[in-house]
Design a protein around this ligand. Structure first.
Ligand SMILES: Cc1cc2nc3c(=O)[nH]c(=O)nc-3n(C[C@H](O)[C@H](O)[C@H](O)COP(=O)(O)OP(=O)(O)OC[C@H]3O[C@@H](n4cnc5c(N)ncnc54)[C@H](O)[C@@H]3O)c2cc1C
Length: 584
């Protein structure tokens, strides 16, 4: 996580018009230098990146997506039956409800009502880093400079390549503009009922804020903006008997949802670490759960109640920073070792694809999954690509015939690429909705390349490279467009580029494909080269070569440096093939 994170120098606060800017250094408060005193510093990392890093570290088969928990039946010594909404159920020795602040597990276990609506609404979205926003600071706009009351917005980095904005407003501001909002705590997940209008609603509420902030909001892809109410479970109402009963416990926000003051996820991760330690010590038993609960209650209470005011602030910092955790695996604190029972990530049946361990990639909003194509899916994928790339003939009677010929060509092209491309230098990735994982709605191909022309374009900009990752043949089903599937595919292709240790991802887009160009710009791609004008005179469509620095993805789990050798082998291979075919 640390390798993917960013550290910031500090936070810049300004009033809502963008004036009266003040700067506060990060990691220093109440005269305490966190690094000097505790040897620890703050770092920023997005929720999606954290989730992805944890997911990648797990052995294969541990996470099962696409099932919605419904209820449980604790059968004492026989364990617990967990029932899912699709009618299936499993018997387990223990149930840990980490299902967020509308927890259904909690509802059944404690029946103590929903969390309380704080009266505030939040909008959030992440987007690629823009030139004007360095990742070295957080940027705040506040209606009330002295407090977190009223409307405020913040833009902060979440990794080396992305920033996010969070905008908060009391619900009255929506009502003032006749915009409805109904806090609905009967759900098991966050409400996001205005989905399509989220961005517009946010812009309406923040209409009188600094134009610089509004410009960022207007420029954000509306489909990525979420809106939800802010809820909490006040510490005063924490259940005296703790958060476990028999074989069942709740952790994270399901147990103790505080206000978003930077500790919620930290406490959830701590819960996991402490629970892991007790299970290691006491086995998968109700006693281990009881001990976990007894230990966590006081700490959670302390972290959530000690505020960042002058009286309790220094104490809170001490409470957060001085704590150390017992190791879940291995014997040394802070060192994670894999026990024999837990396979190393990347082994034991995990799919090694295009030279790197790859299971599936989740889009930041959790809506899309991207994974390598399966052999039996080649036909469906070729159909998708053919639909996207087929250009209708002006002679209608021939059109369907030409379409089928074209589809056949696409199919055989894809089969050839999958069969003959070097296995560590080509991959075809497919996207599906998380709710319908078997239906492919998008595809992209990414390969390791070293074309002179493209390398020269990079060199002209001062980047001397020997190779790059090339994205091609991206297609998204008509019905799934404008929902973020294309960005999810690009994100996964960039991950692949990072795993191949490439610094650049390159792609071509036709100069008259404006939606495509917008999509790539929004995803952080910059124009590198445009085909010369005379191409147009010769009846050829001019293309734009676009590039994105993928260095941020290279810091993931380290893989053997394969790319240069693979590229050489690929070049040699294709040279040999051409020679055999008498073309050279
Ligand atoms: C605006 C904002 C900013 C924040 N900033 C910070 C910060 O800077 N630092 C920090 O530490 N914390 C922060 N937090 C808090 C942090 O996001 C939460 O504390 C943290 O996500 C809690 O993790 P969790 O795993 O317990 O719950 P969640 O992250 O809510 O995860 C619960 C999961 O359970 C799933 N689920 C729910 N019901 C079911 C069901 N029936 N079946 C199957 N799955 C289900 C959900 O889909 C979800 O994936 C912030 C929160 C907000 C709202």
């Amino acid at each position: 996580m640390k390798a993917r994170s960013v550290s910031v120098l500090g936070g810049e606060t300004r009033d809502k018009e963008g004036k009266n800017v003040t700067f506060r250094e990060m990691g220093k408060m109440f005269g305490i230098d966190f690094q000097k005193k505790y040897g620890k510093s703050l770092f920023f990392l997005g929720w999606h990146e954290i989730r992805e890093t944890l997911y990648e570290a797990l052995p294969p088969g541990v996470v099962d997506f696409g099932r919605r928990y419904a209820s449980y039946d604790d059968q004492g010594a026989d364990g617990v039956i967990v029932n899912f909404k699709d009618g299936s159920s499993v018997r387990a020795r223990m149930l840990i409800g980490a299902d967020g602040y509308f927890s259904k597990v909690r509802r059944q276990m404690l029946d103590d009502g929903p969390p309380e609506f704080t009266g505030n609404i939040m909008w959030r979205a992440r987007f690629p880093l823009r030139q004007e926003f360095s990742t070295d600071r957080t940027r705040w706009w506040k209606e009330n400079l002295d407090s977190f009351g009223g409307r405020f917005a913040v833009i902060f980095p979440i990794d080396k390549d992305h920033v996010t904005f969070v905008a908060n407003a009391p619900v009255e501001h929506l009502h003032r503009h006749n915009l409805p909002f109904q806090a609905d705590t009967s759900r098991s997940v966050q409400e996001d009922v205005y989905e399509k209008d989220n961005l517009q609603r946010c812009l309406t509420v923040f209409h009188d804020f600094d134009e610089r902030l509004l410009e960022v909001l207007r420029d954000t892809d509306p489909s990525t903006v979420t809106e939800h109410g802010l809820y909490e479970r006040p510490v005063a109402k924490m259940p005296d008997e703790g958060w476990c009963r028999g074989n069942v416990t709740i952790i994270g926000d399901a147990a103790h949802a505080g206000l978003p003051n930077g500790q919620g996820l930290n406490l959830a991760i701590e819960d996991g670490a402490v629970l892991g330690w007790h299970v290691r010590e006491g086995g998968v038993t109700p006693e281990a759960l009881q001990k976990f609960n007894a230990e966590r209650g006081p700490r959670v209470r302390e972290v959530l109640t000690k505020g960042l005011d002058n009286n309790t602030g220094p104490e809170k910092i001490r409470v957060i920073y001085e704590t150390t955790f017992r190791p879940v695996q291995g014997d040394r604190p802070g060192v994670q070792e894999h026990s024999a029972a837990v396979p190393e990530p990347g082994t034991a049946g995990q799919q090694v694809y295009a030279g790197v361990p790859f299971r599936q990639w989740l889009s930041p909003n959790g809506q899309w999954r991207v994974r390598p194509i399966r052999e039996e899916e080649v036909g469906a994928v070729a159909r998708l690509q053919a639909q996207a790339f087929h250009e209708s003939s002006s002679f209608a009677p021939l059109d369907s015939l030409l379409y089928y010929v074209f589809q056949g060509e696409v199919l055989s092209g894809l089969q050839q690429k999958m069969k003959y491309s070097h296995k560590d230098g080509f991959c075809c990735l497919v996207a599906s909705a998380a709710s319908d994982p078997d239906k492919i709605v998008g595809v992209v191909e990414v390969s390791l390349q070293g074309e002179k022309e493209e390398l020269n374009c990079l060199a002209e900009k001062g980047f001397a490279e020997e190779s790059y990752a090339y994205v091609a043949c991206m297609a998204v089903d008509r019905n799934a467009r404008r929902g973020g599937a294309a960005s999810a595919l690009l994100g996964a292709a960039e991950r692949m580029a990072g795993k191949w240790q490439q610094n650049w991802v390159l792609l071509h887009v036709y100069g008259d494909n404006f939606p495509g160009i917008r999509l790539y710009h929004r995803n952080g791609y910059a124009d590198l080269h445009i085909d010369p004008e005379w191409w147009g005179f010769m009846g050829r469509r001019r293309r734009v070569l676009m590039a994105k620095s993928a260095s941020v993805f290279s810091v993931g789990r380290s893989v053997q440096s394969i790319s240069t050798n693979v590229l050489k082998m690929m070049q040699q291979q294709s040279w040999q093939e051409q020679q055999e075919q008498g073309q050279l």
